[in-house]
Design a protein around this ligand. Structure first.
Ligand code: HEM
Length: 428
């Protein structure tokens, strides 16, 4: 099908490095654009995306967790060995059991629980900052994306869910399993890489099945809530259903927040004067962070599938068509946000963005993610006001999966005025 946009290479380096012109072009010229390469219908205007997300009868969430490419036989064999299965529970569940699963999440992650967790989030951030400072003192440089931005969300999530013991398997391992799973489902790995990623995802899944089948979950934890949960027909969850919840939440709860923090660190340290201002006026962090979520969210797209033929922005779409909702594009829609390229913390409708979705499936962890952004940025700026990017002028290498985009590294050092700074420069 010909469209005014031609082809959009959603995995090309040019797009991944700077997708903003593509999003602008799509909204303006082809707000519903069929992409033959992937078979996806790209929907990019705010009003369309919002309407789709809110109408879960017409636009089903069933394909939210589908892999983009087909799995090869060796990949399927690797996954089968771990009994890997993702029955619909949360994001991809359009059925009547969704509400109950969602209640389990809300009990652990509601606004009150998140507020009560602030001292814990501050303590975890403080511990991670101690290690960051040690690294800066020893090496002169440090990568925030693989230290602070990675470790705080992971450790906080495990505590929120009552899974602290899981830290024994190692933060490196948990993060590697999560990253491999994202690339397996939302990337375009070649055959060999796909099988390798499947091995990591299978190890992750086996470990999760071990957790859900072990007896004696402590009360108040996610494992206890899953053990007590009953489906609408009254039966308890099978191990595959409990493991699917854990698989989704351990990935959703940490990788996305790490990506969000990496984007925010890169922007805050790259914008002249911003970081110092955060150190002096910490109340400015929260509204600024929301603006970053509007303009550059880590989850750039999310999928739905049409349950019947529909017309969107004048374009007819058949039943069963996979839609790619361009969440990131909606935050720059000038019909909704004036001067969208500017981060304006005082924008009256700054909370209207769709970074966390909207409606029945709106992100259950939105409050937690926003609170983590606030605590981590304000605490880091207060403790390290002299932090600066090592390479402010070069474009960072980006993670570029179908639905996830963020800097892979955020290298920082202390400004020259600090006694330890500059020591590393000769060594680099
Ligand atoms: C910056 C970080 C995050 C972003 C941008 C984000 C974004 C999203 C989006 C776009 C959806 C799909 C919404 C829809 O289908 O309408 C979603 C779903 C979900 N997210 Fe998040 N998320 C983030 C962090 C988290 C965290 C920290 C948690 C948990 C600790 C979490 C748990 C969930 C859950 C459980 C769902 C499925 C909700 C349902 O289907 O009922 N997310 N998230």
């Amino acid at each position: 099908m010909a469209t005014p946009m031609g082809t959009v290479d959603l995995f090309g380096q040019e797009y991944v490095l700077d997708p903003f012109p593509v999003w602008d072009g799509l909204r303006e010229n082809a707000p519903v654009h069929y992409e033959p390469d992937t078979g996806l219908w790209l929907v990019s205007r705010y009003d369309d995306v919002r309407a789709v997300l809110r109408d879960t009868r017409t636009f089903l969430p069933d394909n939210a967790m589908d892999a983009i490419g087909r799995f090869s036989m060796p990949t399927l064999r690797v996954l089968a060995r771990s009994r890997f299965a993702l029955p619909p529970t949360l994001a991809s569940n359009g059925g009547e059991s969704h509400a109950g699963y969602r209640r389990v999440m809300t009990r652990l992650l509601n606004a009150q629980a998140v507020t009560a967790a602030v001292p814990m989030i501050e303590r975890v951030t403080g511990e991670c900052l101690d290690r960051l400072e040690q690294r800066l003192d020893a090496d002169g440089v440090c990568d925030l994306a693989t230290t602070l931005a990675r470790d705080v969300p992971l450790r906080v999530l495990l505590r929120m869910l009552g899974l602290e013991g899981a830290e024994d398997v190692g933060l490196d391992t948990l993060a590697r399993w999560g990253d491999a799973s994202l690339e397996l489902f939302w990337g375009r790995p070649d055959a060999a890489r796909q099988t390798e990623l499947a091995g990591e995802a299978a190890d992750f899944y086996s470990w999760l099945r071990g957790l859900v089948t072990a007896p004696g979950a402590a009360s108040g934890t996610l494992l206890a809530a899953l053990a007590e949960h009953r489906l609408p027909d009254g039966r308890p969850l099978r191990p595959a259903e409990s493991a699917a919840v854990l698989y989704f939440i351990v990935i959703a709860g940490q990788a996305t927040t790490r990506q969000m923090l990496s984007i925010m660190f890169r922007r805050a340290l790259g914008e002249p004067g911003r970081w110092r201002r955060f150190a002096e006026e910490p109340d400015g962090v929260e509204p600024w962070a929301d603006e970053v979520l509007r303009r550059e969210p880590p989850i750039t797209t999310w999928r739905r599938v049409t349950g019947r033929p529909v017309t969107l922005s004048g374009v007819d779409i058949p039943a069963g068509a996979p839609l790619l909702l361009m969440l990131a594009s909606t935050g720059s829609d000038p019909e909704v946000f004036d001067d969208p390229e500017q981060l304006c913390p005082h924008r009256p409708n700054r909370r209207k963005h769709l970074a966390f979705g909207v409606g029945r499936h709106r992100c259950s962890g939105a409050e937690l993610a926003r609170t983590e952004a606030d605590v981590v940025l304000r605490t880091t700026a207060a403790r390290l006001p002299d932090l600066r990017l090592v390479d402010p002028s070069s474009a960072p290498e980006m993670l570029g999966l179908l639905s996830f985009r963020a800097p892979l590294r955020v290298l920082v050092e202390r400004a020259a005025s600090h006694p330890g700074a500059g020591r590393d420069a000769a060594a680099r």
